[in-house]
Design a protein around this ligand. Structure first.
Ligand code: ADP
Length: 193
């Protein structure tokens, strides 16, 4: 099994690069943002609860996203590996993920962290908001709140994996293909290809 975390602030390109990585390496994509948006679309109780946080640019409570990831892992027993996108976003989530993977006799092999400047992030997100239909992307106050949450709670998750020497920083500015090539280089190096 090969389990990868694609890490970075909102707007750093995780969704775009995830699609390319899962198809090249045959991984199962687990995006908590996508899972939450599908709960919202289905108007489930979980979705209704999550929406209150997401609309304000705040993180959804840990127990909600951890429960969702736990079910997704159980639902994919045949996966060759997972690509976690937008998760873990807090240290508590990182610890919970380690425990869940340990129960399955596996763990995280690599965290790829995308580096993008803050002004570039805001401009990308505002641009995406024009077409994505995502209400959290067309309001600059909500975008700034998401970036603030990232600095306050999420950036520390990289330090957690650095302790285990699992983090590689990759420049997240440039063309999609250039960034993808840089990410693949790290995956290949780590997986011994
Ligand atoms: P982005 O990376 O562009 O902010 P996502 O689609 O990953 O977009 O997430 C959208 C929103 O969903 C976040 O702002 C947050 O409210 C919620 N969310 C997603 N993943 C998590 C998580 N692991 N923990 C808590 N909240 C989350």
């Amino acid at each position: 099994m090969f389990n990868l975390i694609l890490f970075g602030p909102p707007g750093s390109g995780k969704g775009t690069q995830s699609e390319k990585l899962i198809s090249k390496y045959g991984l199962k994509h687990l995006s908590t943002g996508d899972l939450l948006r599908s709960e919202i679309a289905g108007q489930t109780p979980l979705g209704l609860e999550a929406r209150n946080f997401m609309d304000k640019g705040q993180l959804v409570p840990d127990e909600v996203v951890i429960g969702m990831i736990s079910s997704a892992l159980d639902a994919n027993p045949e996966a060759a590996g997972f690509l976690f996108d937008g998760f873990p976003r807090t240290e508590a989530q990182a610890e919970a993920l380690d425990k869940l993977l340990k129960l399955k006799k596996t763990g995280i092999h690599l965290m790829l962290a995308l580096d993008v400047s803050e002004e570039e992030l805001v401009s990308r997100l505002l641009n995406r908001g024009k077409t994505s239909g995502r209400s959290d992307d067309n309001n600059e106050t909500v975008i700034r709140a998401r970036i603030a949450e990232y600095h306050k709670k999420t950036s520390a998750v990289a330090d957690y994996y650095k302790k285990f020497d699992k983090v590689k920083q990759v420049k997240g500015e440039g063309s999609i293909d250039e960034i993808f090539a840089a990410l693949c280089k790290e995956v290949d190096r780590k997986s011994g290809k």
